[in-house]
Write a protein that binds this ligand. Structure first.
Ligand code: PNS
Length: 159
């Protein structure tokens, strides 16, 4: 059976923590479709097009990873892509309540789509896109948090 999964998120910007989840998830399934949410409710640093471009660049060496944008529900995106799984990363217990609620809601809406949680590598357990933006906004070094191409793009936004 061909296993396709989607990995939805904001990725504003993508971090080493996200990349770690993508690498590990892509080894678990046949195809991983990274979905960048066009979320008009959230004010993003990067446009969806910029986020998709960054993701494509940093996943270029992962042959079974594809990057798309979507709007609306993650389960609808998964259905459109013909995916049976939604991948999410869990960093800490603080993520758990929201992620469980979202997974259970998704399960009611789409019983045939399962959520797979991967625990974030401990090296990146502290890391979030929000903290990356915070550090960069004060001129701090973000090269330990995000790939080089992304770091340059973030720094350019705050210049
Ligand atoms: O990277 P994020 O911001 O933690 O990703 C959250 C995301 C995009 C996965 C979540 O907000 C989402 O799935 N949004 C789309 C709307 C939806 O499907 N909500 C879940 C039902 S409550």
């Amino acid at each position: 059976m061909y296993r396709r999964a989607v990995y939805p998120g904001s990725f504003d910007p993508v971090t080493f923590g996200h990349l770690d989840i993508m690498e590990r998830a892509s080894q678990t399934v046949d195809e991983l479709v990274v979905g960048v949410l066009e979320n008009h409710a959230k004010i993003a640093l990067f446009s969806v097009e910029e986020r998709v471009k960054m993701l494509k660049i940093i996943t270029k060496d992962l042959p079974n990873v594809r990057v798309e944008s979507f709007h609306g529900l993650s389960v609808d995106f998964a259905r459109e892509q013909g995916a049976g799984f939604i991948v999410r990363g869990l960093r800490a217990i603080t993520d758990f309540e929201f992620e469980l609620q979202m997974a259970q809601t998704n399960r009611i809406m789409a019983p045939k789509i399962d959520t797979i949680f991967l625990t974030t590598n401990l090296e990146y357990a502290y890391l979030s896109s929000t903290t990356v933006k915070e550090v960069a906004s004060y001129g701090g070094d973000i090269t330990k948090f995000v790939p080089e191409y992304v770091a340059k793009a973030v720094i350019a936004k705050y210049r």
